[in-house]
Structures are given as structure tokens and as C-alpha cells.
Design a protein around this ligand. Structure first.
Ligand code: TXA
Ligand code: MG
Length: 331
């Protein structure tokens, strides 16, 4: 069992000792280990029960460290880092010789992100003060493989507590402001391809670089791109478009309504009552992203058998919400 702390220096000390630290970011909590420590990387995969060929994001302090972790980063990568870092954008570019195979799954590229959370930034600064040059923290989302990403320290404790060691730490930085994982872009010299949608939208990217067509998901190893991911134990059913319940509600009418939770924009939930348990009634897409994972978790905490999610209309951040819900529903 790991301790919960809000002290960034303790977190940096544990990382320097090759222990794992769950860290707050503006997107979701990450399970961090020093990117240059083989033993720490091994433990990340074990603790998450994650297949070894799924590469990790290395979290760095900013654009000035890009050349340390990437060699010959293409121009679009630099432009995006200058525009959106620190922030919820992960940039995939050619790896430097400093990047371990365990981080990249042996691929020639590395995924890099400079997180905006002040406590995470303090941990990176402390590592620098300890003498770690251009520190890199490898951190996948701090959940067991395939399950819902954590947006609070208590989510991390609930999901991973039993798998952490006494020297590990959970750094409590409060609830994540965004609540969905970062946008991932694969960078080429001609432009970028979006591999995972997130808070930085394709429209925002296109203001800075050329956005090329996305690759087929089989061509990139992105676990979040597996058909089933982000899944609670409850079955997730979706309502889209005209909010016509008849397509999905048939089998649900045989169930006890108190076994069914519902998530959706406030304006949509006015039209679908049915006595189901309201798990989240966000007023807008920002709130929807912020509340979504906690709502999916609460369905499991309440022991519900089904969650009905009303998809927000496409566009902007709603595209990432729709992406995560479609995958949660495929489980
Ligand atoms: O918001 C986030 O990105 C959070 C926080 C903690 O930063 N992290 C996160 O990590 O979501 P994870 O491991 O759950 O998802 C990282 C994604 C994976 O889908 C992985 O396949 C992809 O990044 N990835 C890592 N390295 C890659 C590479 N070289 N090429 C393509 N995709 C890569
Ligand atoms: Mg994840």
C-alpha cells in the first residue's frame, strides 16, 4: 500500500529512488517512474498489468527538453510544442538514443508531453535540483489496463492501491481539471496525424500545422485505440442523434430501473427520464469531460448493471468524449 502525499519533493525523492509515484496532471492521473530506470519501467507495466509492447508517454519540463528526448524532431513537432506546451498534447517524434526500448516498445518513435499541472512541474524541477538532467517521467494513466482512467487521487488508490509498494507514493493534486487523456499526434515533416482525440482539437492543431489523415488504428500501437477500453464493469449503452430510446431501451425495460445509471448533457436528460439513476448532468462539454470518468466509476461503486450515456453532439472536445464512450460501450 502506498502513501498519499501532497509534497512534490517527497514525490521526486521516491522517483529518484526508482519507486513509482502516481502524479496529477491536467488530463488524468499518471503512474510515473523515472524514464531512465529499467526497474521502474518494469514495475509500471506489472502494476498496470499492461502488455509490454504498449509504449509509454515521457513527461518532460518543456520545449527546451525536446531535443534531449527526440533526435531531429520535425518542424511541426516544435511548432506544436511551442504553441500548446505545457498542456494536454502528446507529440510523437523520432526517439533519441537516451530513450529506453521499454518506453517505446522498441518503436523508433517516442511520445512526449509537458504537463501543465503545477505539482507535476514542481516534481520535475525537484528532480533537476537533485541533478537529473532534462528529467523525464514515463507515466501511463494510473489505472489497470483497459479500465477507466483516474481523475482523483482516491481513484488511483481504489484501482492500484493493492499493487503499489510501501515506497511508492500517490501525489494528491486534487481533481484533474480536464478529465480526459491528452490529444496524441504523430509528427512527420509534412504535418501531423491525430492518433487520439483530446482537449486540443483538430481545429486548434490546424491553426498551427497541417493535419494529415489519421492512420488506420492497426498501424499505431495506441492502447486507447483498442476497440474496448476505458470500460467500467457495468455495460455501457449509447444514445446518439435524435435521442431515440427505442433502439436501445427495449431490453432495458425488463430491468429494474434502479440498476441503470444515466449520463448526459443536462439539456438532453430533460427528454429522457425513465427513473434511471442520474450519474452526471453536465451543462456543457467541458463539464462532461471533467465528470465522465468519475460518473462511470460511480456506476460500479453503486453496483449498477447498465449505464446509458447520451453522446454530446460532435465537434471540439465532444469528439474526445464520444471517442471514449464509444470504446467504453464496445467492452
Ligand atoms: O493525458 C495523458 O496522456 C495521460 C497523462 C498521465 O499524461 N497519459 C496517458 O497514458 O493517457 P497512456 O499510457 O494511458 O496512453 C498513452 C498513449 C498510449 O495509447 C500509447 O500507445 C501512446 O500513448 N503512445 C506512446 N508512445 C507512442 C509512440 N511511440 N507511438 C504512438 N503512440 C504512442
Ligand atoms: Mg490509459
Amino acid at each position: 500500500m502506498a502513501k498519499i502525499s501532497d509534497n512534490a519533493v517527497d514525490a521526486a525523492t521516491a522517483l529518484a529512488d526508482q519507486q513509482l509515484v502516481a502524479l496529477p496532471t491536467e488530463t488524468v492521473y499518471g503512474l510515473g517512474g523515472l524514464a531512465t530506470s529499467g526497474p521502474a519501467l518494469d514495475r509500471i507495466f506489472q502494476t498496470k498489468n499492461r502488455p509490454a509492447d504498449h509504449p509509454l508517454i515521457v513527461h518532460i519540463d518543456g520545449v527546451d527538453s525536446l531535443d534531449y528526448w527526440s533526435s531531429d524532431a520535425p518542424v511541426p513537432a516544435v511548432k506544436l510544442a511551442l504553441q500548446f506546451w505545457p498542456g494536454p498534447l502528446t507529440i510523437v517524434c523520432p526517439r533519441s538514443s537516451r530513450v529506453l526500448d521499454a518506453v517505446t516498445g522498441g518503436q523508433p518513435t517516442v511520445a512526449l508531453r509537458a504537463p501543465a499541472h503545477p505539482l507535476f512541474q514542481q516534481v520535475l524541477r525537484s528532480l533537476s535540483e537533485f541533478g537529473v538532467a532534462s528529467p523525464g517521467i514515463a507515466a501511463p494513466s494510473a489505472n489497470r489496463f483497459g479500465s477507466v482512467s483516474p481523475t482523483t487521487a482516491s481513484h488511483v488508490l481504489a484501482g492500484l492501491g493493492e499493487f503499489l509498494e510501501p515506497g511508492d507514493l500517490i501525489l494528491d493534486g486534487g481533481p484533474c481539471t480536464i478529465g480526459l487523456e491528452s490529444t496524441i499526434v504523430i509528427c512527420e515533416s509534412a504535418g501531423v496525424r491525430v492518433a487520439r482525440s483530446g482537449a486540443i482539437t483538430a481545429e486548434q492543431l490546424a491553426e498551427v500545422v497541417d493535419v494529415l489523415p489519421a492512420l488506420e488504428t492497426e498501424q499505431v500501437r495506441v492502447p486507447g485505440a483498442l476497440a474496448a477500453h476505458y470500460s467500467p464493469a457495468a455495460s455501457v449503452l449509447l444514445i446518439d442523434g435524435d435521442k431515440d430510446l427505442s433502439a436501445i431501451a427495449g431490453p432495458l425495460f425488463d430491468l429494474d430501473p434502479s440498476q441503470i445509471g444515466i449520463i448526459g448533457l443536462e439539456s438532453d436528460l430533460d427528454t429522457v427520464g425513465l427513473g434511471w439513476i442520474p450519474l452526471a448532468r453536465p451543462a456543457n462539454p467541458d463539464e462532461y469531460a471533467h465528470e465522465l470518468y468519475a460518473a462511470l466509476r460511480s456506476a460500479d461503486d453503486l453496483g449498477l448493471s447498465h449505464v446509458v450515456a447520451v453522446l454530446p453532439p460532435p465537434g471540439g472536445l465532444a469528439d474526445a468524449i464520444r471517442d471514449r464512450l464509444l470504446r467504453a460501450a464496445r467492452a
